[in-house]
Design a binder for this molecule. Sequence first.
Ligand SMILES: Nc1ncnc2c1ncn2[C@@H]1O[C@H](COP(=O)(O)OP(=O)(O)OP(=O)(O)O)[C@@H](O)[C@H]1O
Length: 680
Amino acid sequence: MQKAVIRHSKGLHARVAAMVVQKSHELQEKYGATLYFQIRSHEPVLANSLIPIVALRVKVGDEISVSGKGPMASTAVAEMVEFLESDFLISDSETISKVDNVLQNNAFTAELVFNSMANGLVVTDENDIITVFNPSAEKIMAIKADKAIGKNVCEVIPHTRLHIVSKTMVPELGSRQVIEKAVIITNRTPLVVDGQSKGAVAIFEDISSLENVTGELREVKELKERLHLILESVQDGICVVDKKGIITYVNPAYTRITQTPAAKLIGRNIAHISPLGARSKALLTGKPVLGSISRKANGQTIVANVNPIVIDNEVAGVVSVVKNMSEVQAIVDKLNEVTARAEYLEQELRRAKKPSLAFNKFVGRSGIVLDALAIAAKAAEGHSTVLIRGESGTGKELVAEGIHFASPRARGPFIRVNCAAIPTSLLESELFGHEKGAFTGAVKRKLGSFELADKGTIFLDEIGDLEKSVQAKLLRVLQKKEFQRVGGEGTISVDVRIIAATNRDLEKMVAGDEFREDLYYRLNIIPIVLPPLWQRKEDIPLLVEHFLRSICAEQNKKLRGIKPDALEVLIKYRWPGNVRELANIMERMITLAEGPYIGIDDLPIYLRQELYAAVEEPGAFVSSDTVLPWEAYERIIIENSLRKYGTFNRAAKALGLTHKTVATKARKYGLEKMTTWEKV
Ligand SMILES: Nc1ncnc2c1ncn2[C@@H]1O[C@H](COP(=O)(O)OP(=O)(O)OP(=O)(O)O)[C@@H](O)[C@H]1O
């Protein structure tokens, strides 16, 4: 090793360094020796490489140690020392061109490095003119290099700070910048040579994808937080186990249900706690274990659903969701109770709707009434249209109601329309409804009776009073079970059982062309005829008793009964207004009666006058010009004897009948509990 002191005024600057490198190549070729330079405490550098030599920043007067390796190293070292201490004046053109090559090659190398950098690189000189603008900078900034190099950096890059860094000579590291959609992070460094600013360099990187990842990470964190909140607030207990069987999470509900604090669960291995349990099984098999019931140490019975967590076809753990069976049991018990109650009520409802009971409101035991009710009960079982005929007040509506409540439609509506009471102009919209604005005054849509009666029964009372135009519409409903609202376009179909009633002679009306024949046949599928009251006089005492009881109850009166003579007048009367008239008279008498019994004086005068002859003759209970059905007489005889003798036994003796016969007949006529045969 030998030392050389540099005498060249600029030290080993680029050109001189290039000469030294060129010399080193020459000596290596000549002597086969490799040379090294070392200055101060720096590591030795190869004398063949330009940049490391320039980087040593050797100045005039500096001392360089030159060493060498190879067979003739010392000769080579001596020659190099001599060269280093020379004034580097070269005159031969061949050497100059070789030196230029060294310089050129190094410039190329630098450019290659810049071009292949993934980072953006921008270099400015001391006048803020861009001297380097590499391809990555082009890509990141979307500016072509030829539009940048040679221009002032402030014109090319908006918001640049390179000119500031160059001026202040203070580096700015890690500054974040948003350019277009890209996020960029930049290091700006001044280029300082001998304490003088020679410009600045910016190295930057597009971190958009990194930012995206950061954003995704934030979202994942939020999601995690949300899931955590959900898990913490659900009522089901949740326990998470990792693939090794270690409990990693339990929610508060789990600790509540198992009555074990989280600290005693987390970190423990289910292989120790419950090696044969549902969690262990699911972890082992990778299959769900559902509805597993277990009894915990605290006596609680728990039902668990355990599902494996499968990631990339591998079981990464299990999640167990548990419920306290006692809570579930309480709900099941409640449900059973409610179901049982509903079943009971349903049965009761069915019982209440038995045909016989549905017609209970209809009082009467006369054969003709019982016949009519038998048909009604049979009709109730089906869906056919029923036509109830009978004089006014014979109980047509009552029978219609009975049919509805005895039918499978009993739960549906029973809608009554009195065809005679509604003006024809309104009847159509009453029956079929109308659309909003269909005619004057129709401010909103109205549902018609047919729609209201859907799944139930419609009772068309006084059908004989329908105008022919409405008859035609009704026929269509009967035929097709569908209709249109007044002013409406669409067809509405309904499921309705139709019961019609009239006191008019429809056959005569058909003959006189007042009633459509086709409608008549459509309606008259199951005819039920209710006889007028005068044809079933034996029902009168029953009805009297019935109204006495019901009206007294309504008016809170305590009448004990009706005197026989008064009852006889009622039986005798012809009742053009039928049961309705009887009900009205009873109401009037009960309201006005002063004594405990209704007597002959309580009857309306027109009834008394009509029956004067009959009541004058003691013992006679009917006038000689009237003939009643046999049962009516029988009823009166039984009643009279019971009233006179007070017991079945004594009455039977007087009548020459057995006790059993009298009792049976008394029951038949509803006399066994009647107040009317109490001793007056
Ligand atoms: N057999 C009966 N038993 C008890 N009440 C009856 C009986 N028949 C009729 N009524 C009562 O008489 C009144 C008239 O009966 P309902 O309205 O059913 O007769 P209707 O034949 O439909 O009469 P209309 O033809 O005038 O409409 C009602 O209050 C009804 O409760």
